[in-house]
Design a protein around this ligand. Structure first.
Ligand SMILES: [Zn+2]
Length: 277
C-alpha cells in the first residue's frame, strides 16, 4: 500500500473514531452518573451526614435525596488528595462533598466541570507561590488560608475549617460553600462576582443589585456600623458573591430581612429557597 494512502486511511479512521467518541461521550457520562445516583447511599455515610453536616437534616426530603445522589457522583468524579501528611477518610470525603454539592442542588450546572481535584490539608495551610493571589487564584487569608480556589481546576481546603464550617449551620461562615461559589464564578476562566446567567436581562439585573449592595457594604463599613455581611465581602465583587453565598445558605432569614433584593438574586441564581428550610 502506498504510504500516502496509508496516512489517509489512518486519518479517516482517527476522525471517525473521534466523531463517534464525541457523539457518545456525553451519553456515556450521563448513563454513568445515573448509575451512581441509583446506588444505595451507604449507611455509614448517612451517619457521617447526621453527625457532621446538620444542615442536611433541614432540607426538604426531595432535596436530601438529591444531595445524597450528588454526593455519590461528586465523590466518584473528584479526587480528594490528602496533603501535609493527611490521610483522607470517608468522614472527610462525605463531610466535604455534602457542603460542596449544596450550591448545585437547585440549578443543574454539572459537577464543577473544570474542577479536577481537591487538595485537603489537616489545618490552615500556607502555599509558597511566586505570585500569591495571581491570576485565577482566590485565597482566604482572613482564615489563615483555610481555603483557596483556582480557576485551573483546583480547590484547596483545610479539614479543620471544613469541619467547623459544617458544625454550625447558622453562623454564616462556611469555607466550602465559599470556595465552591468561587468555582461557579471561575467556570468562565476568571472570577468577577458574576457567575454564568441565562440571559442578558438576568446579567443586567444581577450587576445592578450586586453593585448597589456592594457599594452599600462599603458605605456601611466606612460608617463603622455592624451588619449581616462580613467585611471580607468588601474585598472585591468575587469575594462579595462568595461571602453572600455563605449567608444565603446559613443565614437566609437575616440576609432576606436586611437585603431582600440580594437574597432574591441569589435565590434566582441557585434556584433554591433556604428561607423555607
Ligand atoms: Zn474567597
Amino acid at each position: 500500500m502506498p504510504s500516502s494512502l496509508f496516512v489517509l486511511l489512518t486519518v479517516i479512521t482517527l476522525a471517525l473514531g473521534l466523531a463517534v467518541w464525541l457523539g457518545t461521550a456525553p451519553l456515556l457520562l450521563h448513563r454513568r452518573r445515573n448509575r451512581l445516583r441509583r446506588q444505595p447511599f451507604p449507611q455509614a455515610w448517612r451517619r457521617i451526614l447526621r453527625r457532621r453536616v446538620p444542615l442536611v437534616q433541614r432540607l426538604p426530603a426531595d432535596l436530601q435525596l438529591r444531595l445524597k445522589q450528588d454526593i455519590q457522583v461528586f465523590l466518584a468524579e473528584k479526587p480528594i488528595i490528602g496533603c501535609a501528611g493527611l490521610t483522607v477518610t470517608d468522614e472527610m470525603r462525605v463531610t466535604l462533598a455534602a457542603q460542596a454539592c449544596l450550591p448545585l442542588l437547585g440549578a443543574r450546572r454539572g459537577y464543577y466541570p473544570s474542577l479536577k481535584q481537591i487538595l485537603l490539608y489537616p489545618g490552615a495551610f500556607v502555599v509558597d507561590r511566586p505570585h500569591t493571589g495571581g491570576a485565577g487564584v482566590l485565597s482566604e487569608q482572613r482564615r489563615a488560608l483555610s481555603g483557596e480556589s483556582w480557576a485551573q481546576g483546583q480547590v484547596l481546603l483545610s479539614w479543620r475549617d471544613v469541619l467547623t464550617g459544617a458544625a454550625d449551620p447558622d453562623d454564616g461562615h462556611n469555607v466550602v460553600i465559599h470556595e465552591f461559589a468561587h468555582q461557579l464564578d471561575q467556570a468562565k476562566g476568571f472570577a468577577n462576582g458574576a457567575p454564568a446567567l441565562a440571559t442578558r436581562v438576568a446579567y443586567a439585573r444581577w450587576s445592578r443589585v450586586m453593585q448597589s449592595e456592594f457599594d452599600a457594604l462599603h458605605a456601611r463599613l466606612a460608617r463603622g456600623e455592624e451588619g449581616v455581611i462580613d467585611a471580607y465581602g468588601a474585598t472585591d465583587p468575587a469575594e462579595f458573591f462568595a461571602v453572600t453565598s455563605e449567608l444565603f445558605f446559613e443565614r437566609p432569614l437575616a440576609l432576606a430581612q436586611a437585603h431582600p433584593l440580594l437574597y432574591e438574586q441569589l435565590s434566582q441564581y441557585y434556584r433554591l429557597q433556604p428561607l423555607s428550610w
